[in-house]
Design a protein around this ligand. Structure first.
Ligand SMILES: *Cc1c(COP(=O)(O)O)cnc(C)c1O
Length: 393
């Protein structure tokens, strides 16, 4: 049985009539730029994320760029972030002529280690971008503390984390700006590119609204040099339909994760005397690294939304990938090359060995299918294929 890493067709099939109606509404209005669908989505997103303002933008990448522009980041500035993330996090810093100053991750959560931040601050540091990787929030309290102490912006890269919670607060509501992506493979996916920024600060909201339309306020009078960072009305109309179902999809992803955890534990692959896998770690209170695995109740106030379900499998990761791919089971490595080792950032002068936890994660981790519509049979098929690899290889 083939099990794709992600299949969006069952979700579309379930919502087809509603989505077609939303698309038709926009077609009939012939209003494609801004307008009521975009402002309607912005209100619904702000409520969902627990913030005052949400602003629809053209992609998650542009959300990051816009947030950094609104924070005044420019040539010569430094921005603290993690090297273990999607390219756009550091790419947007570089595009503004600034420099990414990387801080290694906590191996357990794959998120930036707050303890490493303060030592890397310089008089040029302007902002910190924690990334809520795979759908779990970074340990925000110590990050917010160090930012407040040194007067830095905190820009949350919440592209993978819509609806994720940390101590009862939602991703994108804790820093100065939250950045979201509606790329189709994200938990809330558009029919193309899209994104949003969130904030509780009315001045930042205003600046980002202006920067979104080439810095014009009013039209044709330019206070700032912005860009075309608008979200299409068609995408907004589709996203408004899908947002209503997001919590049920998150519950499906969590249910699938719990089933994998149970199966891998029962099969003796995780936990026990001879573990060959490390299950995804859910951080929780009593020190962020208190954790749970498997079927225990979630920590109150914490919510992992499982944009990805990522196992650690040690040095045989690539052989496992080949085994799964041969059997038609989707898998991926997020991410094979940490950003400090990307060719385009060679000018920043980082070396192999600079961030050992990120480098090890890049070598040992593998993502397997987790999308909400997976059947129990498909999940068992994936788990059995993994068990088979470790029994026979
Ligand atoms: C997807 C993603 C982005 C970029 O979003 P796009 O909408 O694809 O531009 C940025 N950061 C992270 C962590 C992402 O996963």
């Amino acid at each position: 049985m083939n099990v794709p890493l992600l299949d969006l067709k069952p979700q579309y099939a379930a919502l087809k009539d509603e989505i077609q109606a939303a698309i038709n509404r926009v077609c009939e209005s012939q209003r494609f730029i801004m307008g009521p669908e975009v402002s309607g989505l912005e209100e619904e997103l702000a409520a969902y994320c627990g913030v005052e303002y949400a602003i629809g933008v053209s992609s998650g990448t542009d959300a990051l760029l816009l947030a950094l522009m609104a924070a005044g980041v420019g040539p010569g500035d430094e921005v603290i972030t993690t090297p273990y993330t999607f390219f756009a996090t550091a790419g947007s810093i570089a595009r503004l002529g600034a420099r990414a100053v990387f801080v290694d991750i906590q191996s357990e959560t794959f998120n930036i280690d707050p303890a490493g931040i303060e030592a890397r601050l310089t008089p040029r540091t302007r902002a910190i971008i924690p990334v809520h990787l795979f759908g779990q929030c970074a340990d925000m309290d110590p990050i917010l503390q160090v930012a407040q102490k040194h007067n830095l912006y905190v820009i949350e890269d919440a592209a993978q984390a819509i609806g994720s919670e940390y101590k009862g607060r939602r991703a994108g509501s804790m820093g100065h700006v939250g950045c979201f992506s509606f790329f189709p493979s994200k938990n809330l996916g558009a029919f193309g590119d899209g994104g949003a920024v969130t904030t509780n600060d009315p001045e930042l909201a205003e600046r980002m609204r202006i920067l979104r339309v080439h810095g014009a306020q009013p039209k044709y009078y330019h206070k700032l040099v912005g860009g075309n960072f608008r979200l299409d009305a068609l995408q907004a109309a589709i996203l408004r339909v899908k947002l209503k179902y997001l919590d049920s999809w998150t519950a499906g992803r969590q249910r699938n994760a719990a089933l994998y955890n149970r199966l891998f534990t029962e099969m003796g692959l995780a936990g026990g005397p001879n573990p060959v896998l490390t299950l995804p770690f859910e951080a929780g209170d009593r020190g962020q690294l208190a954790h749970r695995r498997g079927a225990e109740a979630p920590f109150p106030g914490y919510r992992h939304i499982y944009n990805q379900y990522v196992l650690r499998v040690g040095p045989r990761r690539d052989a496992l990938r080949a085994h799964l791919s041969e059997r038609g089971i989707g898998n991926e490595v997020y991410y094979p090359v940490p950003l400090h080792l990307q060719e385009c950032f060679a000018g920043w002068g980082y070396q192999p060995g600079d961030f050992p936890a990120s480098e090890t994660a890049a070598q040992e981790s593998i993502a397997i299918p987790i999308y909400p519509e997976l059947t129990e049979t498909q999940i068992r098929t994936v788990a059995e294929a993994i068990a088979d690899f470790f029994q026979h290889a």
